[in-house]
Design a protein around this ligand. Structure first.
Ligand code: 2RA
Length: 335
Protein backbone atom coordinates (compact mmCIF):
# COMPACT_ATOMS: atom_id res chain seq x y z
CA UNK A 1 0.00 0.00 0.00
CA UNK A 2 1.16 3.53 -0.77
CA UNK A 3 0.13 6.92 0.62
CA UNK A 4 -0.41 10.25 -1.08
CA UNK A 5 1.86 12.87 0.43
CA UNK A 6 1.96 16.66 0.51
CA UNK A 7 4.94 18.63 1.75
CA UNK A 8 3.89 22.15 2.71
CA UNK A 9 6.92 24.47 2.65
CA UNK A 10 9.13 22.28 0.43
CA UNK A 11 11.77 24.97 -0.17
CA UNK A 12 12.74 25.55 3.48
CA UNK A 13 15.51 23.68 5.34
CA UNK A 14 13.13 21.26 7.07
CA UNK A 15 10.85 20.77 4.04
CA UNK A 16 13.82 19.80 1.89
CA UNK A 17 15.03 17.37 4.56
CA UNK A 18 11.59 15.74 4.78
CA UNK A 19 11.73 15.14 1.00
CA UNK A 20 15.25 13.63 1.22
CA UNK A 21 14.32 11.42 4.17
CA UNK A 22 11.15 10.08 2.48
CA UNK A 23 13.39 8.87 -0.36
CA UNK A 24 16.20 7.60 1.91
CA UNK A 25 13.83 5.56 4.06
CA UNK A 26 11.83 4.31 1.05
CA UNK A 27 8.62 5.65 2.52
CA UNK A 28 5.68 4.13 0.61
CA UNK A 29 4.85 7.28 -1.37
CA UNK A 30 2.01 7.13 -3.93
CA UNK A 31 1.50 10.62 -5.37
CA UNK A 32 3.48 13.51 -3.91
CA UNK A 33 2.82 17.24 -4.17
CA UNK A 34 4.77 20.24 -2.98
CA UNK A 35 2.73 23.16 -1.70
CA UNK A 36 4.03 26.66 -1.09
CA UNK A 37 3.08 30.31 -1.29
CA UNK A 38 1.77 31.81 -4.55
CA UNK A 39 5.12 33.64 -4.79
CA UNK A 40 6.89 30.26 -4.91
CA UNK A 41 4.52 28.65 -7.43
CA UNK A 42 6.00 26.50 -10.22
CA UNK A 43 9.42 26.08 -8.62
CA UNK A 44 11.15 22.80 -9.46
CA UNK A 45 11.66 20.33 -6.59
CA UNK A 46 13.57 17.08 -7.11
CA UNK A 47 12.00 13.91 -5.77
CA UNK A 48 13.57 10.52 -6.43
CA UNK A 49 15.10 11.69 -9.72
CA UNK A 50 11.91 13.38 -10.86
CA UNK A 51 11.39 17.14 -11.14
CA UNK A 52 8.05 18.24 -9.70
CA UNK A 53 6.62 21.79 -9.81
CA UNK A 54 5.34 23.40 -6.62
CA UNK A 55 1.66 24.28 -6.32
CA UNK A 56 -0.09 26.82 -4.12
CA UNK A 57 -1.03 25.70 -0.60
CA UNK A 58 -4.70 26.64 -0.39
CA UNK A 59 -8.19 25.28 0.20
CA UNK A 60 -8.84 22.30 -2.07
CA UNK A 61 -5.16 21.31 -2.31
CA UNK A 62 -5.48 18.46 0.23
CA UNK A 63 -8.50 16.57 -1.20
CA UNK A 64 -6.42 13.60 -2.40
CA UNK A 65 -3.72 13.73 0.31
CA UNK A 66 -3.27 11.06 3.03
CA UNK A 67 -0.40 12.66 4.96
CA UNK A 68 0.63 16.33 4.86
CA UNK A 69 4.00 17.30 6.31
CA UNK A 70 3.75 20.94 7.39
CA UNK A 71 7.15 22.69 7.45
CA UNK A 72 5.95 26.29 7.68
CA UNK A 73 5.51 29.05 10.27
CA UNK A 74 2.94 28.77 13.03
CA UNK A 75 0.68 31.44 11.51
CA UNK A 76 0.32 29.47 8.25
CA UNK A 77 -0.13 26.19 10.09
CA UNK A 78 -2.84 27.66 12.34
CA UNK A 79 -4.85 28.62 9.30
CA UNK A 80 -4.09 25.80 6.87
CA UNK A 81 -3.81 22.64 9.03
CA UNK A 82 -7.55 22.54 9.92
CA UNK A 83 -8.38 22.96 6.21
CA UNK A 84 -6.09 20.04 5.33
CA UNK A 85 -7.73 17.87 8.00
CA UNK A 86 -11.22 18.79 6.80
CA UNK A 87 -10.20 17.72 3.30
CA UNK A 88 -9.13 14.31 4.64
CA UNK A 89 -5.39 14.57 5.28
CA UNK A 90 -3.51 13.81 8.48
CA UNK A 91 -1.24 16.73 9.28
CA UNK A 92 2.20 16.26 10.87
CA UNK A 93 3.13 19.78 11.90
CA UNK A 94 6.62 21.10 12.58
CA UNK A 95 5.64 24.51 13.91
CA UNK A 96 4.78 25.40 17.49
CA UNK A 97 1.17 26.23 16.55
CA UNK A 98 -0.47 23.10 17.94
CA UNK A 99 2.08 21.65 20.37
CA UNK A 100 0.34 22.61 23.59
CA UNK A 101 -3.21 22.04 22.29
CA UNK A 102 -4.89 19.37 24.45
CA UNK A 103 -6.48 17.81 21.38
CA UNK A 104 -3.17 17.42 19.56
CA UNK A 105 -0.67 14.69 20.45
CA UNK A 106 2.95 15.83 20.67
CA UNK A 107 4.99 12.86 19.54
CA UNK A 108 8.50 11.46 19.70
CA UNK A 109 8.14 7.90 18.33
CA UNK A 110 10.77 6.45 20.73
CA UNK A 111 9.10 8.12 23.72
CA UNK A 112 5.30 8.32 23.53
CA UNK A 113 4.02 6.54 20.36
CA UNK A 114 0.89 5.43 22.24
CA UNK A 115 -0.32 9.06 22.36
CA UNK A 116 -0.79 8.89 18.58
CA UNK A 117 -3.97 6.86 19.05
CA UNK A 118 -5.83 9.93 20.33
CA UNK A 119 -5.11 12.07 17.28
CA UNK A 120 -7.91 14.00 15.61
CA UNK A 121 -6.11 14.82 12.39
CA UNK A 122 -3.26 17.05 13.55
CA UNK A 123 -0.11 15.60 15.12
CA UNK A 124 2.59 17.90 16.40
CA UNK A 125 6.35 17.47 16.13
CA UNK A 126 8.08 18.78 19.29
CA UNK A 127 10.74 21.47 19.33
CA UNK A 128 14.19 20.20 18.26
CA UNK A 129 15.85 20.78 21.62
CA UNK A 130 13.08 18.88 23.45
CA UNK A 131 13.22 15.90 21.08
CA UNK A 132 16.94 15.24 21.47
CA UNK A 133 16.77 15.62 25.25
CA UNK A 134 13.86 13.24 25.77
CA UNK A 135 15.01 10.36 23.52
CA UNK A 136 17.77 9.35 25.98
CA UNK A 137 15.94 10.50 29.13
CA UNK A 138 12.84 8.35 28.53
CA UNK A 139 14.47 4.95 29.28
CA UNK A 140 16.12 6.47 32.38
CA UNK A 141 12.83 7.95 33.57
CA UNK A 142 11.13 4.55 33.17
CA UNK A 143 13.59 2.98 35.62
CA UNK A 144 14.79 5.74 37.98
CA UNK A 145 11.95 8.30 37.79
CA UNK A 146 13.44 11.68 36.98
CA UNK A 147 12.42 14.39 39.46
CA UNK A 148 14.19 17.39 37.98
CA UNK A 149 16.07 18.34 34.80
CA UNK A 150 18.50 21.26 34.49
CA UNK A 151 19.43 21.86 30.84
CA UNK A 152 21.59 24.38 29.00
CA UNK A 153 21.59 24.25 25.20
CA UNK A 154 24.15 25.18 22.54
CA UNK A 155 21.99 25.52 19.43
CA UNK A 156 23.17 25.87 15.85
CA UNK A 157 22.03 28.64 13.50
CA UNK A 158 20.15 26.20 11.21
CA UNK A 159 17.54 26.11 14.00
CA UNK A 160 16.59 29.59 12.81
CA UNK A 161 16.29 28.37 9.21
CA UNK A 162 18.13 29.31 6.03
CA UNK A 163 18.38 32.95 7.10
CA UNK A 164 20.33 32.01 10.25
CA UNK A 165 22.84 30.02 8.20
CA UNK A 166 23.16 32.85 5.71
CA UNK A 167 23.82 35.40 8.45
CA UNK A 168 26.66 33.34 9.95
CA UNK A 169 28.08 32.69 6.48
CA UNK A 170 27.92 36.39 5.51
CA UNK A 171 29.58 37.46 8.75
CA UNK A 172 32.42 34.98 8.06
CA UNK A 173 32.92 36.46 4.58
CA UNK A 174 32.79 40.04 5.94
CA UNK A 175 35.35 39.11 8.58
CA UNK A 176 37.70 37.61 5.97
CA UNK A 177 37.45 40.72 3.78
CA UNK A 178 37.74 43.01 6.78
CA UNK A 179 34.44 44.79 6.13
CA UNK A 180 31.94 45.68 8.88
CA UNK A 181 29.53 42.86 9.72
CA UNK A 182 25.77 43.37 9.71
CA UNK A 183 23.21 41.50 11.83
CA UNK A 184 19.56 41.32 10.88
CA UNK A 185 18.44 37.83 11.92
CA UNK A 186 19.99 37.94 15.40
CA UNK A 187 20.08 40.99 17.70
CA UNK A 188 23.90 40.76 17.89
CA UNK A 189 26.78 39.41 15.83
CA UNK A 190 26.68 35.57 15.90
CA UNK A 191 30.18 34.93 14.48
CA UNK A 192 32.69 34.46 17.35
CA UNK A 193 29.84 35.05 19.80
CA UNK A 194 27.37 33.23 22.06
CA UNK A 195 23.81 34.55 22.48
CA UNK A 196 21.84 33.48 25.58
CA UNK A 197 18.70 34.26 23.67
CA UNK A 198 16.57 32.05 21.38
CA UNK A 199 13.13 33.20 20.26
CA UNK A 200 11.56 36.11 22.12
CA UNK A 201 11.57 36.96 25.83
CA UNK A 202 8.44 36.27 27.85
CA UNK A 203 7.11 38.17 30.84
CA UNK A 204 8.60 35.62 33.27
CA UNK A 205 12.14 36.47 32.09
CA UNK A 206 12.62 33.21 30.19
CA UNK A 207 12.69 32.89 26.40
CA UNK A 208 9.94 31.11 24.49
CA UNK A 209 12.50 28.41 23.53
CA UNK A 210 13.26 27.81 27.23
CA UNK A 211 9.58 27.50 28.13
CA UNK A 212 9.05 25.12 25.18
CA UNK A 213 11.56 22.75 26.80
CA UNK A 214 9.73 22.99 30.14
CA UNK A 215 6.16 22.64 28.85
CA UNK A 216 6.78 20.10 26.10
CA UNK A 217 8.74 17.81 28.47
CA UNK A 218 5.79 17.79 30.86
CA UNK A 219 3.33 17.03 28.06
CA UNK A 220 5.42 14.27 26.47
CA UNK A 221 7.17 12.55 29.38
CA UNK A 222 5.60 13.36 32.76
CA UNK A 223 3.75 16.41 34.01
CA UNK A 224 5.41 16.05 37.42
CA UNK A 225 8.99 16.53 36.18
CA UNK A 226 10.52 19.85 37.14
CA UNK A 227 12.52 21.40 34.29
CA UNK A 228 14.62 24.54 34.10
CA UNK A 229 16.34 25.59 30.88
CA UNK A 230 18.78 28.12 29.47
CA UNK A 231 18.83 28.10 25.65
CA UNK A 232 21.80 29.55 23.81
CA UNK A 233 22.61 30.18 20.14
CA UNK A 234 26.19 29.44 19.06
CA UNK A 235 28.04 29.94 15.75
CA UNK A 236 27.69 26.34 14.51
CA UNK A 237 25.82 25.59 11.28
CA UNK A 238 24.16 22.24 12.08
CA UNK A 239 23.77 20.23 15.30
CA UNK A 240 22.37 21.23 18.66
CA UNK A 241 24.26 20.29 21.86
CA UNK A 242 22.91 20.15 25.39
CA UNK A 243 24.36 19.89 28.87
CA UNK A 244 21.75 17.95 30.84
CA UNK A 245 21.63 17.30 34.58
CA UNK A 246 19.02 14.93 35.99
CA UNK A 247 18.02 14.21 39.56
CA UNK A 248 16.23 10.90 40.04
CA UNK A 249 14.04 9.44 42.75
CA UNK A 250 15.89 6.08 42.80
CA UNK A 251 19.67 5.62 43.18
CA UNK A 252 21.37 5.72 39.78
CA UNK A 253 24.83 4.49 38.72
CA UNK A 254 26.89 5.70 35.76
CA UNK A 255 27.62 2.13 34.53
CA UNK A 256 23.91 1.31 34.50
CA UNK A 257 23.06 4.54 32.65
CA UNK A 258 25.64 3.69 29.98
CA UNK A 259 24.24 0.15 29.68
CA UNK A 260 20.67 1.38 29.35
CA UNK A 261 21.54 4.07 26.82
CA UNK A 262 23.65 1.67 24.75
CA UNK A 263 20.52 -0.47 24.29
CA UNK A 264 18.06 2.43 23.88
CA UNK A 265 16.37 2.88 20.51
CA UNK A 266 17.65 5.89 18.58
CA UNK A 267 20.55 6.56 20.98
CA UNK A 268 24.29 6.15 20.47
CA UNK A 269 26.77 6.48 23.32
CA UNK A 270 30.18 8.02 22.55
CA UNK A 271 31.94 8.27 25.86
CA UNK A 272 35.63 7.53 26.24
CA UNK A 273 37.47 10.36 27.93
CA UNK A 274 40.81 8.53 27.59
CA UNK A 275 40.62 9.01 23.82
CA UNK A 276 38.87 12.40 24.04
CA UNK A 277 35.73 10.81 22.58
CA UNK A 278 32.43 12.58 23.09
CA UNK A 279 29.70 13.73 20.70
CA UNK A 280 30.28 16.93 18.73
CA UNK A 281 28.22 18.72 16.07
CA UNK A 282 30.93 18.27 13.39
CA UNK A 283 30.57 14.48 13.65
CA UNK A 284 26.82 14.05 13.98
CA UNK A 285 25.68 16.11 10.99
CA UNK A 286 23.55 13.93 8.70
CA UNK A 287 23.14 11.19 11.34
CA UNK A 288 19.83 9.91 12.65
CA UNK A 289 20.68 9.00 16.24
CA UNK A 290 20.82 11.14 19.35
CA UNK A 291 24.41 10.99 20.64
CA UNK A 292 25.23 10.96 24.37
CA UNK A 293 28.57 11.29 26.14
CA UNK A 294 30.32 12.76 29.21
CA UNK A 295 28.05 10.60 31.37
CA UNK A 296 29.10 11.18 34.96
CA UNK A 297 27.82 11.30 38.49
CA UNK A 298 26.65 14.61 39.92
CA UNK A 299 28.47 14.56 43.27
CA UNK A 300 26.50 17.54 44.58
CA UNK A 301 23.26 15.60 45.09
CA UNK A 302 22.33 12.09 46.19
CA UNK A 303 20.91 10.71 42.92
CA UNK A 304 22.17 12.77 40.02
CA UNK A 305 23.75 12.35 36.59
CA UNK A 306 25.28 14.82 34.12
CA UNK A 307 25.45 14.15 30.41
CA UNK A 308 26.15 15.81 27.06
CA UNK A 309 23.61 15.26 24.28
CA UNK A 310 24.13 16.16 20.59
CA UNK A 311 21.87 15.62 17.57
CA UNK A 312 21.29 16.87 14.03
CA UNK A 313 18.54 19.39 14.67
CA UNK A 314 17.28 19.28 11.08
CA UNK A 315 16.97 15.47 11.12
CA UNK A 316 15.99 14.00 14.52
CA UNK A 317 15.05 17.48 15.71
CA UNK A 318 12.60 18.04 12.85
CA UNK A 319 12.32 16.20 9.51
CA UNK A 320 13.29 12.68 10.59
CA UNK A 321 11.04 12.75 13.64
CA UNK A 322 8.13 13.83 11.38
CA UNK A 323 8.73 10.97 8.94
CA UNK A 324 9.07 8.52 11.86
CA UNK A 325 5.68 9.74 13.14
CA UNK A 326 4.18 8.89 9.73
CA UNK A 327 5.90 5.47 9.79
CA UNK A 328 4.49 4.82 13.28
CA UNK A 329 0.97 5.73 12.10
CA UNK A 330 1.30 3.11 9.39
CA UNK A 331 2.82 0.46 11.73
CA UNK A 332 0.01 0.98 14.23
CA UNK A 333 -2.65 1.12 11.55
CA UNK A 334 -4.04 4.46 12.67
CA UNK A 335 -4.02 6.44 9.47
C1 2RA B 1 15.84 26.83 17.11
N1 2RA B 1 14.27 25.45 18.29
O1 2RA B 1 16.86 26.15 17.17
C2 2RA B 1 14.49 26.24 17.15
C3 2RA B 1 14.15 25.51 15.90
N2 2RA B 1 12.92 24.82 15.99
O2 2RA B 1 15.83 28.03 17.03
Amino acid sequence: KTYNIAVVGPLGLVGRKVIDILVERRFPVGDIKFLGTSKNKNKKVEFNGESILTEVAKEGAFMDVDIAFFCVDSSISKYLAPIAVKEGAIVIDNSSAWRMDNNVPLIIPEVNPEDLHSHRGIISNPNCSTIQMLVPLKPLHDIYKIKRIVVSTYQSVSGTGKQGMEELNNQMIDYCFNVPMTSSVYPHQILFNVLPHIDHFLENGYTKEEMKMVNETKKILDENIKVTATTVRIPVFIGHSESVNIETEKPIKVEDVINILEKAKGVKVIDDIKSNSYPMPIHIQGKDEVFVGRIRKDFSIENGINMWIVADNLRKGAALNSVQIAETLIERNIL
